[in-house]
Design a protein around this ligand. Structure first.
Ligand SMILES: [Zn+2]
Length: 381
C-alpha cells in the first residue's frame, strides 16, 4: 500500500544527496535516519585500465540509484523515474565529486530562513556555471566535499576563496554580468541538445566549445604549464599534477576540477573568442585582463595565438585536428571559422597551408617526429 508522503519537498534545482540529507534530518520522514547518511560517499573509478580512469566515477550529487534513494522509492512505492526526472542532470557537464564544493551563500541564507536547513543545488555542480543564477555573484567554495558540505558551507565564517576585492564592486558586477551571459548561452545550448537530439550542429558546436574550455582550464604539471585561466587569474593553490599525465588528461582534469574563479575566467575568454561581447565590452575586458595579469593587450589575434599556437604546417594541423574531427556541419564550421582561420593566418610558415581552416590536410610525418609527438602525449599511439 502507498504510504502517506511525509518527506520534505525538494527545493528547486536541489541535488539528490542534499534532499536525502534533509529527509534524514526530518523526524517525520520515517524511512531515513541520520546514521543512514554514511552510505552517501564518492565512488572512485571502477577500472584502472579504462580509458577515462584518470577521471572520477559517479557523483553522489547526481546518483539517483543510491541505496538511500532506493529505500525511499520502496517505502513510498514511487516509480524510480520520478527521482531521475527531478534529480538527474540534463546533459550538462558535471564537476568531479570532490570539486563540487562551490555554493552561493545568499541562496543558503534564504534556504535556512525558508526550510530550516541549507540545500545544495545541481547548478552549482556544473562546469559551465560558476555564477549564481539568482544573485549573479561568483560562487564561493567550501573545503568539505562530503554529503555534509551544505552544513559546512553554511557554517563557514571565512570562505576559502573570498571574492576579489570588496572595494571594487562595480568591476566585480560587470565581470560577473559578462561571464553570466556566456553561462546562460551555454545552458541554452545544453538544453537544446537535451530536448532535441536531432540538432547535430548544436552538438558539434558544444563539443568544440568544450575543447576550447578544457584548453583554457588545463591543469599545470611539471612538464606542461597550466591553461590561460591560470595566467589570467590567481593560479591554483596546488602545484599541479604528477608529470606522467598527458596533455589531454591535464585538460580533462582541469575541466572538472577548476575553482569558480578559474571557470568564470574561462567563460570570459570564451565569450571574447566567439564574439558574444560588444565592442565596448571587449575594450573593458582587455582593460580588465591587463589589470589582473601580465597580458598587456590581449587582442583577439593574440588570444587565438596563445590558445592555438602553430608555427608550421604540422603544428597547425595538430591544433586544428580536434575541431576537424568534430565539426562536420555547415553551421559548426561557420561558427568556428572567425577564430580558427586565424590559426593559419598567424602561422609563421604559411607554405602549403590552405586559406580555409577546415581544408587543412595531414602533412607527411617522419617516424622520428611521430615518436616525439607520442612521447610528449600530444598524439596518441
Ligand atoms: Zn544565490
Amino acid at each position: 500500500m502507498r504510504k502517506n508522503w511525509a518527506a520534505p519537498r525538494p527545493v528547486y534545482d536541489e541535488t539528490i544527496s542534499s534532499w536525502l540529507c534533509r529527509c534524514a534530518y526530518n523526524s517525520e520522514c520515517a524511512p531515513l535516519v541520520i546514521a543512514d547518511l554514511n552510505e552517501i560517499s564518492i565512488t572512485m573509478p571502477k577500472s584502472e585500465t579504462a580509458e577515462t580512469s584518470h577521471l572520477p566515477d559517479v557523483n553522489f550529487d547526481f546518483n539517483t540509484e543510491n541505496a538511500l534513494a532506493l529505500k525511499l522509492v520502496e517505502y513510498y512505492n514511487m516509480p524510480k523515474r520520478v527521482l531521475s526526472g527531478v534529480f538527474g542532470s540534463h546533459g550538462e557537464p558535471v564537476l568531479a565529486p570532490y570539486s563540487c564544493t562551490a555554493y552561493c551563500p545568499e541562496c543558503m541564507e534564504n534556504d535556512v530562513k525558508n526550510y530550516g536547513l541549507p540545500a545544495w543545488r545541481k547548478n552549482w555542480c556544473y562546469v559551465h556555471a560558476p555564477i549564481c543564477r539568482f544573485h549573479r555573484s561568483l560562487l564561493l567554495t567550501t573545503s568539505d566535499f562530503q554529503y555534509t558540505k551544505a552544513f559546512s558551507a553554511y557554517a563557514d565564517q571565512i570562505p576559502l576563496e573570498p571574492d576579489a576585492n570588496k572595494s571594487n564592486m562595480l568591476e566585480t558586477a560587470i565581470r560577473n554580468r559578462l561571464a553570466y551571459r556566456v553561462q546562460i548561452w551555454l545552458s541554452k545550448l545544453y538544453t537544446i541538445i537535451y530536448y532535441n537530439s536531432s540538432t547535430n550542429s548544436h552538438c558539434e558546436i558544444i563539443n568544440c566549445i568544450e575543447i576550447i574550455l578544457k584548453r583554457i582550464l588545463r591543469m599545470p604539471s611539471p612538464r606542461f604549464p597550466g591553461g590561460l585561466a591560470d595566467n589570467l587569474f590567481s593560479p591554483r593553490y596546488s602545484r599541479g599534477l604528477a608529470d606522467y599525465y598527458t596533455l589531454n588528461q591535464l585538460e580533462d582534469l582541469g575541466w572538472v576540477m577548476s575553482s569558480p574563479r578559474l571557470r568564470m575566467g574561462a567563460l570570459l575568454v570564451l565569450g571574447y573568442l566567439v564574439g558574444l561581447f560588444s565592442k565596448a565590452e571587449v575594450e573593458w575586458l582587455i582593460f580588465f585582463f591587463r589589470e589582473k595579469s601580465a597580458f598587456y593587450n590581449l587582442t583577439h589575434d593574440k588570444l587565438v595565438k596563445f590558445l592555438f599556437p602553430a608555427n608550421n604546417h604540422l603544428e597547425a594541423y595538430l591544433t586544428l585536428l580536434p575541431f576537424l574531427k568534430i565539426a562536420k556541419s555547415k553551421a559548426a564550421i561557420e561558427f568556428l571559422t572567425p577564430f580558427l582561420k586565424k590559426v593559419i593566418t598567424n602561422c609563421n610558415d604559411k607554405q602549403g597551408l590552405p586559406r580555409k581552416w577546415h581544408c587543412i590536410k595531414k602533412p607527411v610525418l617522419f617516424d622520428s617526429t611521430l615518436a616525439w609527438l607520442v612521447e610528449r602525449g600530444i598524439l596518441s599511439r
